[in-house]
Design a protein around this ligand. Structure first.
Ligand code: FAD
Ligand code: NAP
Length: 510
């Protein structure tokens, strides 16, 4: 028996059904949600038509299966019969059909890189390609990886290492100035060491099976202006190492970030506090063997196995309160990450998350997203439009702007919710608006009680044109928007109608 609610899901009026127009979401028919798909995969039905056999698929054979009711797609060398999945795919049939009978790795990596299709489609597995249609992404011989990039991307980084009796230091020369501690994500697992350095839109990887054992924790230092990173490992035994180790997959390669896989580590649930009637503040602790700091405006993916299928959903780290960023600077070895997460009783992922006990683990990915801190440069007016948990990216954006942007004159948050009870961190926001005269706050409720004196309704031209007043005619502005997809899409349209340029708008999406 599956541990899932029996009601139809998502509910008939849910935005998961009605949202459209976005690149990757089409309305799903009733009974075709992710949860329905998981149910089908567990039903024992033969989804490949091969009665459990796995076959070797030639390119000629793959090409033949190119119709909606007989559609095979190759993803990373494995071939899936996706016909049964057609109606469940959030990107729609058309998107899947564009890869019918061919290698869909690029399509899946570009649009749905974070979804674990290997797990989602495991019951649809037909077999392996007899001859791989192409090298899987990132597995190209090094010369093929680096040469074309040298022309377009940043100049190739390099690395070196040296040792003392007790320490081994790996030095990465990024040849870029704007490198900081957020740029490096390092993990030590068993005898392997992995350090990913994000350099603009590229990722440089050190990935080594170490020749000797090291202690669990290590430190990372960055010499910012020269872009030099030092990772200091502690030897377990004071012996001299003849070599650092041997290279693992993609070691010493520079790959466009969009082509890299997501890397996860298990984080422990430390605490969980109620914030509103349905939203909680989760605190997770990174393992001692990980260095990871999520930059402002980026999110991570959580991964849990739910009834045997790996499910991945994005969440946006926040600070533990709106005031913590104004205390001491965050320590580089900070091990705690906070999340404000709304629990949907009929949801797939959040009830599982809510059932985690203190001390349990959840897998957390490297940071993702396209917000760039350079968007703040010389900024004078910052407008934040948030709906519901769309507030989460605004937490760090708001704190960062108030603390680090000397040119900033005004920050205004317009926060859309159904009722007063839904407003996350209301009293903290009001306190901040009281303390910092640069910060203004406006709550808009769609289902207010009769006592509500504030603004009511939905995002609209009237609300926006009144709210988005520049402090000077020439002010440099940035408008950040985040919320349910249709809210964000409508907001973007209204902002364009109000003549804000693309550079003046940032929408948070997956
Ligand atoms: P689902 O199974 O997806 O369903 C949730 C409930 O809402 C159901 O009742 C369903 O009927 C309805 N529903 C379905 N889709 C939507 C929708 N798009 N909008 C509104 N209602 C819907 N959430 C947080 O709480 N905190 C965060 O920090 C956070 N960060 C995010 C960052 C990004 C980049 C993105 C894209 C999303 C983020 N989310 C965040 C949302 C989160 O990823 C999940 O979508 C959410 O937790 C619901 O997951 P679920 O599986 O429990 O619910
Ligand atoms: P919610 O409570 O359902 O909605 C918040 C407010 O937005 C309500 O007033 C709601 O009005 C209004 N609203 C909803 N749809 C609208 C639309 N189409 N047009 C105008 N107003 C609309 O929100 P939630 O459940 O917290 O969901 C938050 C959403 O933000 C989720 O979809 C989540 O995925 C997304 N999110 C995205 C990111 C990111 O970085 N991309 C980060 C965090 C959260 P009514 O309900 O009364 O209609």
């Amino acid at each position: 028996m599956l541990n899932v609610p029996s009601q139809s899901f998502p509910g008939p009026s849910s935005q998961q059904r009605v949202s459209s127009g976005g690149r990757s979401k089409v309305p799903l028919k009733q009974g075709r949600s992710l949860m329905d798909w998981i149910r089908l995969t567990k039903s024992g039905k033969d989804l490949t038509g091969l009665k459990g056999r796995l076959i070797e698929v030639t390119e000629e054979e793959l090409k033949k299966h190119n119709k909606k009711d007989d559609c095979w797609i190759c993803i990373r060398g494995f071939v899936y019969n996706v016909s049964p999945y057609m109606e469940y795919h959030p990107g729609g049939e058309e998107e899947l059909m564009s890869a019918a009978g061919s290698d869909g790795t690029d399509l899946f990596d570009q649009v749905h890189r974070w979804v674990n299709y290997e797990s989602m489609l495991k019951e649809c597995l037909v077999g392996r390609m007899a001859v791989k249609p192409a090298f899987p992404k990132g597995m190209l011989p090094k010369s093929q990886v680096t040469d074309p990039l040298a022309k377009e991307g940043p100049s190739s980084p390099s690395y070196d290492w040296f040792q003392t009796d007790a320490l081994v230091t790996i030095v990465i020369y990024t040849k870029q100035k704007d490198i900081n501690l957020d740029s490096v994500i390092a993990d030590h697992r068993d005898d392997s060491f992995r350090a990913e350095t994000v350099i603009k839109d590229y990722s440089y990887l050190i990935h080594i099976a170490l020749s000797h054992e090291i202690q669990e924790d290590f430190s990372v230092r960055v010499v910012e202006n020269v872009g030099k990173i030092e990772i200091v490992l502690k030897k377990k035994e004071n012996t001299s190492w003849k070599c650092l180790g041997h290279p693992l997959e993609n070691h010493n390669s520079l790959i466009p970030k969009k082509d890299t896989g997501l890397y996860y580590r298990k984080c422990q649930l430390i605490s969980k506090e109620d914030v509103t009637h349905d939203t909680k503040l989760f605190c997770l602790m990174l393992p001692p063997s990980t260095h990871l700091q999520v930059p402002t405006g980026l999110h991570v993916y959580f991964k849990l196995t739910i009834t045997g299928t790996e499910i991945v959903k994005p969440y946006t780290p926040v600070s533990d309160s709106l005031f913590s960023e104004f205390k001491e600077p965050v320590l580089p070895n900070n091990k705690y990450i906070y999340f404000l997460i709304k629990i949907y009783p009929a949801g797939l992922f959040t009830p599982e998350l809510d059932h985690l006990q203190i001390g349990d683990y959840v897998s957390v990915s490297n940071p993702e997203g396209n917000f760039k801190i350079s968007q703040f440069q010389d900024l004078e007016d910052l407008f934040l439009l948030a709906a519901g948990t769309g507030f989460t990216p605004m937490v760090k954006v708001l704190s960062y702007a108030l603390t680090n942007i000397p040119s900033l004159r005004k920050v205004k948050l317009m926060f859309f919710n159904k009722t007063e009870d839904d407003i996350i961190w209301r009293s903290q926001l009001e306190k901040l608006a009281f303390k910092d005269k640069r910060f203004d706050l406006e709550f808009v409720l769609s289902v207010p009680t009769s006592e509500w004196n504030g603004k009511r309704g939905y995002i609209s031209p009237a609300l926006l044109s009144e709210f988005l007043k520049r402090s000077l005619d020439t002010s440099k502005v940035l408008i950040c928007i985040c919320g349910p997809v249709p809210f964000t899409e409508q907001g973007m349209k209204l902002l364009h109608d109000l003549n804000f340029s693309k550079d003046e708008i940032h929408s948070f999406t997956a």
